[in-house]
Design a binder for this molecule. Sequence first.
Ligand code: RB5
Length: 145
Amino acid sequence: MIALSSDHAGYPLKEAIKEYFVENGIEFEDCGAYSTDSVDYPYQAKKACDLVVSGKCDKAILCCGTGIGISMAANKVKGIRAACCSDYFSAKFTRLHNDANALCLGARVIGVGAAIELVDVFINTEFEGGRHQRRVDQITEIENM
Ligand code: RB5
């Protein structure tokens, strides 16, 4: 189950991703926004991240204008490792090496086609573990300091 969330700027991209999920039978929880009416990205990030931390969802896909604000907010939620990506390599390797559990996208930065490629590789790539586990554990350790 994937948690999907956006602010007003990310709304059109979130809707396109939603369509992709429906077409491909991927289960999701839509945390809004539900229109292009202005809504603040920090609480939108938290809504989806809470679903990941509680275990209801495996990962979150978060969209705002740049992908940056919503990633900053997401990374304040304990247990969330959010990566703001606009290229395929980063979206893949943040799963392989960082075990990222939230992908943040900028609706004003990348097109829908590219964004869906990033979502696809992000949700279908497993964490490599091994030496990377130690580093992810260090992130958690810092989070708990
Ligand atoms: C909203 O105008 C915009 O600031 C927001 O979507 C995002 O880009 C912030 O990082």
